[in-house]
Write a protein that binds this ligand. Structure first.
Ligand SMILES: CC(C)(COP(=O)(O)OP(=O)(O)OC[C@H]1O[C@@H](n2cnc3c(N)ncnc32)[C@H](O)[C@@H]1OP(=O)(O)O)[C@@H](O)C(=O)NCCC(=O)NCCS
Length: 219
């Protein structure tokens, strides 16, 4: 079943709030975060790996995927908890012009730790990725998902996606509006504030370790 072409989407918020109104710090990840990405993905259940990769990826296949992430070409976004564990991530792949995709296309893939689901984190990562895609001149954001993946398709649909289904697979295409001053400033502000948040968490962790070490040496 296919739906009519969607109109360019602004893709909901530029602000980083989840469905409860809490702010979600989303950081751009780099090469240093490869081990965090691997840990996060290996923690996904077989069912979730099936939904994420469209096959039950073995640990070796997950490792290969992580090894091959191109942090220079693509943008990888992550959400860290207070212990600085990566609890959600999105891969915005700028692979337009390859694999039969038009040049002004990017692909989106995402995963959220089970205990954080249903709180708007996936939706928020999608909006964040769409914002960055617009700023990179992308006109269409593509998501490949299994037809049974209700939350993913709901996220895409609420962003105005046209969804094509073929067998058990679905391809959602979201038309993006061109970038504006607001999308550019929004991305910079998000990035800056998330960086500060990460710095504070790291500092708190250091202090916690120091306090534990002092407490340990006193017993
Ligand atoms: C898909 C995934 C990222 C969604 O993350 P999430 O943080 O739980 O999603 P959100 O909380 O933003 O919810 C998104 C929408 O789906 C809806 N939803 C959540 N769980 C649902 C379910 N089981 N069935 C139907 N809809 C559901 C939410 O109500 C929300 O819709 P709304 O904004 O209209 O209320 C998460 O389920 C996941 O990591 N799955 C495994 C990996 C995967 O499937 N990745 C996608 C393929 S690349």
């Amino acid at each position: 079943m296919s739906h009519p072409e969607s109109t360019p989407s602004q893709v909901r918020p530029i602000t980083g709030h989840d469905s409860s109104g809490s702010w979600i710090p989303i950081r751009r990840l780099n090469n240093r975060h490869r081990p965090d990405v691997l840990r996060h993905l290996l923690a996904l259940s077989p069912d979730d790996r099936y939904l994420r990769f469209e096959h039950i990826a073995t640990d070796e296949q997950v490792q290969r995927y992580v090894d091959q992430i191109d942090f220079e070409r693509d943008e990888i976004f992550g959400v860290f908890n207070r212990r600085l564990e990566l609890v959600a991530m999105a891969h915005l792949a700028f692979d337009g012009g390859t694999e039969g995709l038009p040049a002004d296309t990017a692909e989106f893939g995402v995963s959220v730790a089970t205990h954080l689901r249903g709180r708007g984190v996936g939706q928020r990562l999608f909006a964040h990725a769409a914002l960055h895609a617009r700023n990179r001149g992308v006109h269409t954001l593509v998501v490949h998902a299994l037809s049974e993946n209700a939350p993913m398709l709901r996220i895409a649909r609420s962003a105005g996606a046209a969804i094509e289904r073929s067998g058990g697979e679905a391809r959602a295409r979201v038309k993006l509006a061109p970038d504006t001053l607001a999308t550019r400033v929004g991305a910079l502000v998000d990035e800056g504030v998330a960086g500060v948040d990460y710095g504070i968490k790291r500092q708190v962790q250091r202090v916690d370790r120091l306090v534990s070490a002092i407490a340990g040496s006193c017993t």
